[in-house]
Design a protein around this ligand. Structure first.
Ligand code: SF4
Ligand code: F3S
Length: 106
């Protein structure tokens, strides 16, 4: 599966959802997740993210291992998203900021 990692938090550009052939992205208040049971590993979404927040499970950085479980868990409770929308106005300010997990809203 592919995994949405920490740098999506508060950036949430949503370019990723447009290319997913199986529509397996789910949207929270300031973060998106992939449903690992629905993802077909096509890899189309990874290069679409302007802040490089998407990883193959095999390439997920060790310090983001928790995001594997977060994607699985939150994709069960958040609504599906299939159309691109505007990113938050301050998205650029948050690109690459460390420790964003503490800002994850559920
Ligand atoms: Fe969707 Fe493909 Fe990305 Fe999986 S790898 S979330 S199927 S675009
Ligand atoms: Fe997040 Fe990147 Fe998609 S910021 S919403 S993973 S395009």
């Amino acid at each position: 599966t592919f995994v949405v990692g920490e740098n999506c938090i508060k950036c949430k550009h949503t370019d990723c959802v447009e290319v997913c052939p199986v529509d397996c992205f789910y949207e929270g208040p300031n973060f998106l997740v992939i449903n690992p049971d629905e993802c077909i590993d096509c890899a189309l979404c990874e290069p679409e993210c302007p802040v490089s927040a998407i990883f193959s499970e095999d390439e997920l950085p060790e310090d983001q291992a928790v995001f594997l479980e977060l994607n699985a868990e939150l994709s069960q409770v958040w609504p599906n998203i299939t159309e691109i929308k505007d990113a938050p106005a301050d998205a650029a300010d948050w690109d690459g900021v460390p420790g964003k997990l503490q800002h994850l809203e559920r």
